[in-house]
Design a protein around this ligand. Structure first.
Ligand code: CS2
Length: 472
């Protein structure tokens, strides 16, 4: 038997399930990007709001490209179990906020209509870094235009991706679809309506949610006594910090009541999260991929890697953060990375590295350069990234680069065994990864070249140990 609306009542009493009516109301939220993260993070916040009796937070969930992700959820009436596990214990919960689903590529009109539906008050997005395309701007604009033409209220459109200033980026993307020249009077009105009636808050979301695995599904079967093809595993910790900018200002206190932090200063949370958590994640993911350590917990479990990550955050990232409680933040992150319940695959995090590195590493390196301080940890991480483009680990196992830039990265890195310096230079010259300043910086290039040499000659582990000895 499968988890579904029909079987929900048969779950063991210890499992928290939705007790509110999931069919009586139209969804108030359209969410784009129906991956594991959203389902174990925001969908659980909305579940809390629904459980408190506010019926406006049901979700119309949109898979951007993959019917194979959406179909199993449909077959379970949008229900799935989440295992929440860390040092405090293990519990299972079935959130009930996902009421409807669509796939953007095959059901575009349904998505546009959902954005334009009278009950819709929010659009939230987790479409990943590479999802911020003109096509996304056009999809949102089509829905918003229908709302405006129908005389409906404006809505809050909240980007929740790991991009600095994500709300500003999204707003610019949507507006870019309105031609700047030869604007019709209707377009001009739409622009004014977007500015005065819609809100594009910036936000920082945080919870470690690995892609689902067979192991989690088996554990779900055991805990639920039912089959759940959509089960997820996550940690107890979650954080959602959002800019106080809403189409309906009353949403601020509502979200706060569910544990969301509403503030005028999202920036300091965003930058700390991107450079500390995500920056360390990318470094560990590449180290793990090259040294054949499958999970983040294996990386942080190796003492030299843990010290490396601790120092990367403490010495090279934290000096440039506006968040002052960085030491506690760092220590909490190390503990979260070590969570043995989270089988967080290094290859999953290494996915799309070309899109992630720009937010995660260069700001810290540039900060160190500006202060005349050392950037050795980041230089070594960059060297490991170069080594990663070879597509084979130190045990001789090949792996695929899952990245929109995979072909060009592998082409540039291919000859690094025979012409290491040329390859390092070519990869460090890419402004799409490093920005415009770093590719010009001779000392940066020299240090990455140095660490790349060590990595190629002695392997990643030895190179890290050497760095620790040097920086002691
Ligand atoms: C990870 C993030 O895959 C990745 O790039 O760094 O998904 C990370 O787990 C989340 O941002 C944590 O909030």
């Amino acid at each position: 038997m499968k988890l579904s609306a029909l079987t929900l009542a048969s779950l063991p009493a210890a499992i928290q399930t939705p007790t509110y009516d999931r069919t009586a109301h139209a969804p108030g939220v359209v969410h784009l990007g129906l991956g594991a993260f959203h389902r174990a993070h925001q969908a659980m916040v909305f579940d809390q709001l629904l459980a408190s009796g506010d019926t406006r937070w049901g979700i119309h969930g949109v898979g951007m490209t993959r019917p194979d992700l959406v179909n199993p959820l449909r077959a379970q009436d949008g229900l799935y179990a989440v295992r929440i596990a860390d040092a405090k214990g293990v519990k299972w919960q079935v959130p009930g906020a996902l009421w409807r689903t669509s796939v953007a590529t095959t059901e575009r009109d349904a998505v546009v209509q959902a954005i334009a539906a009278p009950a819709t008050r929010w659009v939230t997005l987790t479409v990943t870094e590479k999802g911020y395309t003109p096509a996304l701007g056009q999809l949102l604009l089509d829905g918003l235009r229908l709302r405006q033409q129908a005389g409906l209220p404006g809505i809050t459109i909240a980007s929740c991706d790991n991009l600095q200033g994500n709300g500003h980026k999204l707003q610019a993307l949507v507006k870019a679809e309105i031609p700047a020249k030869h604007t019709t009077p209707q377009d001009a009105q739409l622009l004014v309506w977007l500015d005065t009636h819609c809100a594009f808050p910036c936000s920082m979301v945080d919870r470690i949610v690995p892609a689902a695995t067979a192991e989690v599904m088996a554990a779900a079967q055991e805990a639920l006594g039912l089959q759940d093809a959509c089960a997820l595993s996550t940690e107890g910790f979650w954080e959602w910090v959002i800019e106080n900018r809403f189409a309906d200002p009353a949403d601020a206190s509502l979200l706060q009541s569910a544990g969301v932090r509403v503030t005028d200063d999202v920036h300091s949370y965003e930058e700390a999260k991107l450079r500390m958590l995500n920056g360390s994640h990318t470094a560990m993911a590449l180290i793990g991929a090259v040294t054949a350590r499958p999970f983040i917990a294996n990386c942080i479990g190796a003492e030299h890697i843990r010290t490396f990550v601790h120092q990367l955050m403490g010495r090279e990232v934290s000096p440039h953060l506006s968040r002052s409680d960085w030491a506690e933040y760092r220590n909490a992150l190390i503990a979260r990375f070590a969570n043995p319940h989270l089988k967080h695959s290094v290859h999953q995090i290494a996915t799309d590295s070309s899109q992630k590195i720009p937010q995660r590493w260069p700001p810290s390196v540039l900060g160190q350069i500006a202060q005349g301080a050392s950037f050795e940890h980041h230089a070594l991480a960059a060297a490991v990234f170069v080594r990663y483009t070879l597509g084979v680990d130190e045990q001789g196992q090949t792996y695929t680069l899952n990245d929109p830039q995979a072909a060009s990265l592998m082409a540039l890195g291919a000859a690094q065994r025979t012409e290491p310096e040329t390859c390092v230079r070519a990869l460090l010259a890419r402004e799409d990864l490093w920005g415009s300043a770093l590719p010009q910086h001779a000392a940066w290039i020299a240090r990455v070249t140095h660490w790349h040499q060590q990595v190629m000659q002695h392997g990643v582990d030895k190179a890290i140990q050497q760095l620790l000895a040097q920086e002691a």
